[in-house]
Design a protein around this ligand. Structure first.
Ligand code: KG4
Ligand code: ZN
Length: 332
């Protein structure tokens, strides 16, 4: 089965083609960073307008790169939520019309599930595994026991880790989006130079909190020490506080669940320090760690096409009443 995947949940317009026997045939992502960087964050209305502009050329390119025409496509998958509702609706309405006019089945994919299963584009992972989804909008832990069995263990009570690094980058004057900039500059700094707070919460809790850490950075930067210190050391120390909590809580949860495999997903899992720390600490604890390559950590449609292929192959097509949803469907 060959599936066209479409993703437009936030500020990337993406399309990809995945084939059951040949694997990923194409993956195209159009970023809106230049549009939103003027404002220091994603402006929802502008994001929707950019999706409208990009969606046709991006899909045409994904089909051309895959050497596929409409006759080769057996189904269409699209991100239905969670995300920015206007952005989601652009992709969803387009995918619905395409599937209807081509006479193909449609699957409405959950963005979080698509991230979680993106590892299967590159590796086979045995079930069950623990997944840490860490992005601009989400920081959550899941126990994944099968393609249909994803259970939520905990998530952030306030900011997502990506939101925290993006805000830190803004405070440090590193521009938008800041995650990759913090990652780069932190490589020249000392991660032990400043002790920023780590929110471990109650013992055994799989929840996260990053808003206090963000505030402590803002307060620190207003002190004489903060003003006089190297930005590299501040970035490295801030990033270390985020990484310590992400790695510590993920491995603790894996041990508690008796699961010896951990998968990372989402934009922040592209972070160099997080990748090396989770690998080293996992190794020490006898836990195998699986990391998607960086281009599959951030938003893409390859993960949507793959999930669509799995679900459509098992007869799980969505009906014509498929609608977009803004909030996560996962909760305790
Ligand atoms: O998964 P994603 O592309 O979009 C969402 O679904 O949110 O994640 C975007 C987030 C942003 O906060 C961005 O700053 C962060 O991922 N990010 C990184 C890195 N690359 C992207 N954070 C830390 N280090 C990176 N190398
Ligand atoms: Zn995402």
């Amino acid at each position: 089965m060959r599936v066209l995947g479409i993703e437009s949940s936030c500020d990337d317009t993406a399309a990809a083609v995945y084939d059951s026997s040949s694997g990923l045939l194409s993956s195209v992502v159009s970023s809106q960073v230049p549009v939103h960087s003027l404002y220091g964050g994603v402006v929802p209305e502008l994001a929707s307008r950019e999706h409208i502009r990009s969606i046709v050329p991006i899909i045409e390119r994904a089909l051309a790169d895959a050497g596929s025409g409409r006759e080769d496509i057996d189904g269409v998958a699209v991100t239905a939520g969670p995300g920015l509702i206007g952005s989601l609706l652009v992709g969803l309405c387009f995918a619905k019309s395409l599937a209807y006019s081509w006479g193909k089945p449609l699957y409405g994919a959950d963005h979080l599930e698509a991230h979680i299963f993106s590892i299967f584009l590159e590796s086979e992972v045995e079930f069950p595994f623990l997944a840490l989804l860490v992005s601009g909008g989400h920081t959550s832990l899941f126990r994944v026991s099968g393609w249909e069995e994803v259970s939520f263990l905990g998530g952030t009570l306030d900011d997502a880790a990506g939101e925290a690094v993006d805000k830190a980058a803004k405070l440090l004057g590193l521009g938008y989006p800041g995650g990759a900039a913090i990652d780069r500059i932190a490589q020249e700094g000392d991660p032990g130079r400043f002790a920023f707070p780590r929110a471990w919460l109650a013992p055994g809790s799989a929840d996260f909190s990053f808003s206090g850490l963000k505030t402590s950075l803002r307060v620190f930067l207003s002190t004489p020490e903060g003003k006089g210190s190297r930005v590299e050391d501040i970035a490295a120390s801030f990033q270390e506080a985020v990484v310590d909590v992400l790695v510590g809580k993920t491995l603790q949860a894996a041990k508690r669940e008796g699961v010896l495999r951990v998968v990372l997903a989402g934009g922040v899992s592209a972070n160099t320090r997080l990748r090396s720390r989770v690998g080293e600490d996992g190794n020490r604890d006898g836990i195998a760690v699986y990391l998607p390559s960086s281009s599959l950590c951030t938003d893409n449609a390859a993960m949507v096409a793959l999930l669509g292929e799995r679900r459509l192959s098992t007869g799980r097509a969505s009906g014509p009443d498929l609608n977009a949803y803004a909030a996560s469907r996962f909760s305790r």
